[in-house]
Design a protein around this ligand. Structure first.
Ligand code: ATP
Ligand code: MG
Length: 735
């Protein structure tokens, strides 16, 4: 058979890897050097050139999206049917094994999978029945502990507690949890991998069967495998099977979830006869982008080290935009995206990447304003996120106690002892009396329809909302939001959960405060303080509209928004890295230890190397977090990129009282670029100090509208931030 089509489109190193006679092979190479391409071509090579049956091939990738893509690419290359080949994620493949061998795996035939939420609920129940102090040992912490042990391949029996209180308690819960899962025929995500590993160890005949079958094993993104995945692979590969792994130590970004960068380093010793192929030519990015990435990552210690070069052109410089604040940043990015789209480019070839989920809100707002379709990967849109919906439900109840959906959502969030039975009674009363759930709650308490305990809990809930409403009645919108988030117990609720996801949820709640503090109702008049509940209602309407606005269809041509973590393995013509600020990226939780900082730097390396042609970096001088305006320092990662690769841009932003100086709907900052941060000597500019007859002195934060509609947001030293109609405000410009 003519197999030239498989090798023709490869360089020499890639060809060596694809056609390698070696038994075990590690392809170690930097971003965009064709690792995934080599893996796909290797599969095709095995089938077409070496006449390997697709049946004998197992390919593992990191996400389901990547697995689908891989199947598609193999299909394109291989003429015959490749049926029988296994391509999937570690979890997907292990699950498939357990379904086939449930008996040997010690599972009932109808075992079912516990997702993370189910798992947490179960652990909570157990902790309660074991009378474990929820304050001291939150269920979420137990969940985190259990999962971390499973990722390391450890069962409760394998762990020594050394009389340590913490470990002792965690182990008790772990044991009880294992028993409960066994009784109920349930397995969680970590258990899938652990069981699949034990399936090998406990059933030599099954292991032999699969060892004989999967003579060719290929793994992409190998740097992010954790202990149990690696162990599973090693056992399956045994002494006889061929293992090809591809990876990049500089792109290991899941250390916080148990991934072990050491796996790549120990591959050599664990698989003694392993060959290493290094790919050094990058095909993805311009030399400018590649240089920036190389220089940045050189700051990490203990790398395996590699050279990465490209024949590609120099391309444009990397643009660095120092935004005035986060809104200015979002506006800048959206303007560039509009230029991109108007220039006849596909929106889906552009991506905005950020460190924290909460950053998407400002970007989403700006995109919605100009009606540009976008997709968010690996996460809900801001106003659809669980924690945000919960907080909004509290706010809704402040204005309307009869909002049943809101009551349903938060009556027992955070947990306040109103169980399923009580809620069912309330619902029933509501049905009978044809009244709202709120009224039904009142009714239930008054008519003693509940147990004394349940009645107390319900009463406490009613009281809580009433008290909140009272306390908030005179507060500003953002103060309301802050008050409700604090006093509802939502922050504490998530704090107890612990872990990365909880951290993200708390950040999102902070971000909601930010959203309210910069929210202004379209027709607000200067100095006429709207009744504050009207503003709240307007905000809630806007939030529902945003949430109801459906995401662009899979088929729509939409801008891609995602966290840096979800961007792994992908590539785009145009990439924005937003929020390049100390504390945000590198994230403050990872900044104070070297390992954490280096993982952040690898994440930055991943981000930069997603770009093919053009990269924008942006940071804001000040960013609102938790309702406060913080001054931000640019990320150290910016400074680690050589100056000559960067073009600093500043847009001239001027606000002029007479001429319409800023664009339609406040979305355009004008297109004149300037390298200097200076502002022409017109009257008012962002950051300008001004004085107002009533409010005193302050700094201009933002602006919107044109001509007589022009409005500015000023942060007054004494009274905080206000939106003012420029033509009425009579601001005096200070030096
Ligand atoms: P990452 O580390 O980001 O996962 P990677 O090493 O897996 O990157 P690929 O995604 O396989 O890299 O390849 C990067 C880009 O370069 C792809 O668009 C791919 O098609 C292209 N490419 C790789 N090798 C060649 C080649 N020999 N000729 C032309 N294009 C190539
Ligand atoms: Mg890849």
């Amino acid at each position: 058979m003519d197999v030239s089509h498989i090798l023709d489109s490869l360089n020499e190193q890639q060809r060596n890897a694809v056609a390698s006679p070696a038994h075990n092979l590690l392809v170690l190479a930097g971003a965009g050097s064709g690792k995934t391409r080599v893996l796909v071509h290797r599969v095709a090579w095995l089938i077409e050139a070496e006449n390997v049956s697709p049946f004998a091939i197992l390919a593992v990738t990191f996400t389901n999206k990547a697995a689908r893509e891989m199947r598609g690419r193999i299909e394109e290359l291989v003429s015959q049917s490749y049926g029988g080949m296994w391509v999937g994620t570690f979890h997907g493949l292990a699950h498939r094994l357990l379904r086939s061998h449930w008996q040997e795996a010690g599972l009932p035939e109808d075992f079912h999978i516990l997702d993370a939420d189910d798992q947490l609920r179960l652990i909570k129940r157990l902790c309660k029945s074991m009378r474990i102090d929820e304050e001291r040992w939150p269920a979420k912490q137990c969940q985190w502990y259990i999962n971390a042990q499973k990722d390391e391949g450890l069962r409760a029996d394998n762990i020594e507690h050394f009389n340590d209180d913490y470990t002792k308690t965690m182990l008790e819960v772990y044991k009880a949890y294992e028993e409960a899962c066994d009784r109920g025929g349930m397995i969680d995500f970590g258990e899938i991998l652990l069981r699949a590993h034990e399936l090998w160890l406990n059933n030599p005949q099954i292991l032999q069967h699969y060892q004989k079958r999967f003579q060719y094993i290929l793994v992409d993104e190998f740097q992010d495998t954790n202990t149990i995945q690696y162990a599973w692979l090693r056992v399956l590969a045994g002494a006889d099977n061929q293992l090809m792994v591809v990876g990049d130590d500089d792109q290991s970004i899941y250390g916080w979830r148990g991934a072990r960068i050491e796996n790549i380093q120990s591959f050599n010793t664990d698989f003694a006869d392993a060959d290493i192929v290094r790919l050094e030519q990058n095909y993805r990015s311009t030399s400018t982008i590649l240089n920036a990435a190389n220089k940045l990552i050189a700051n990490n210690q203990g790398r395996l080290g590699k050279n990465l070069w490209t024949e590609g052109g120099e391309g444009e410089q990397i643009s660095l935009y120092e935004a005035f604040n986060e809104q200015d940043e979002a506006r800048f990015i959206v303007d560039r995206l509009q230029d991109w789209s108007n220039g006849g480019n596909r929106r889906s070839d552009a991506a905005v990447l950020y460190r924290s989920n909460a950053q998407s809100r400002e970007l989403e707002d700006a995109l919605l304003r100009v009606g540009m379709p976008y997709r968010i990967y690996g996460g809900h849109r801001f106003y659809e996120r669980l924690e945000i919906k919960n907080a909004l439900s509290y706010l809704r109840l402040l204005i309307n106690r009869h909002d049943d959906t809101a009551v349903e959502r938060i009556i027992n969030v955070p947990v306040r002892g109103i169980g399923g039975r009580t809620i069912e009674t309330v619902r029933q009363v509501a049905r009978e009396h044809n009244c709202s759930l709120w009224q039904a709650c009142v009714e239930c308490v008054n008519q003693s329809l509940l147990t004394a305990r349940a009645a107390n809990s319900v009463l406490a809930f009613l009281q809580l909302i009433d008290d909140m409403a009272k306390a908030c009645s005179e507060l500003e919108l953002h103060e309301k939001a802050e008050y409700v988030i604090q006093h509802s117990g939502l922050i504490g609720h998530h704090e107890k959960e612990g872990g990365e996801k909880a951290r993200a949820r708390i950040e999102n709640l902070d971000e909601l405060v930010t959203a309210t503090s910069s929210f202004d109702e379209p027709n607000i008049e200067e100095e006429i303080d709207l009744k504050s509940n009207t503003l709240l209602a307007a905000f809630l309407d806007q939030a529902s509209l945003d949430a109801g606005d459906t995401q662009a269809d899979e088929t729509d041509d939409a801008v891609q928004l995602m966290t840096l973590h979800s961007a792994k393995g992908l590539e785009f013509q145009l990439v924005f890295l937003a929020g390049m600020e100390e504390g945000l990226f590198p994230h403050k939780m990872s900044m104070d230890n070297l390992a954490g900082l280096e993982e952040e730097r690898r994440l930055c390396y991943v981000g930069i190397t997603r770009a093919k042609n053009k990269l924008y970096l942006s940071h804001a001088e000040s960013r609102r977090m938790h309702g406060d305006v913080n001054l931000c320092r640019p990320s150290r990662f910016i400074k680690e990129i050589p100056k000559e690769l960067i073009d600093e841009i500043r847009l001239k932003t001027t606000i002029n009282r007479t001429a319409p100086a800023f664009g339609q709907n406040g979305k355009s900052l004008g297109k004149s670029f300037s390298k200097e941060a200076e502002v022409p000597d017109t009257e008012i500019s962002l950051g300008q100090r001004v004085a107002h007859g009533k409010f005193g002195e302050g700094v201009v934060l933002n602006y919107e509208g044109t001509g007589s509609n022009a409005r500015v947001q000023v942060n007054f030293d004494a009274v905080g931030s206000k939106w003012l109609v420029l033509s009425y405000a009579k601001l005096e410009v200070l030096n």
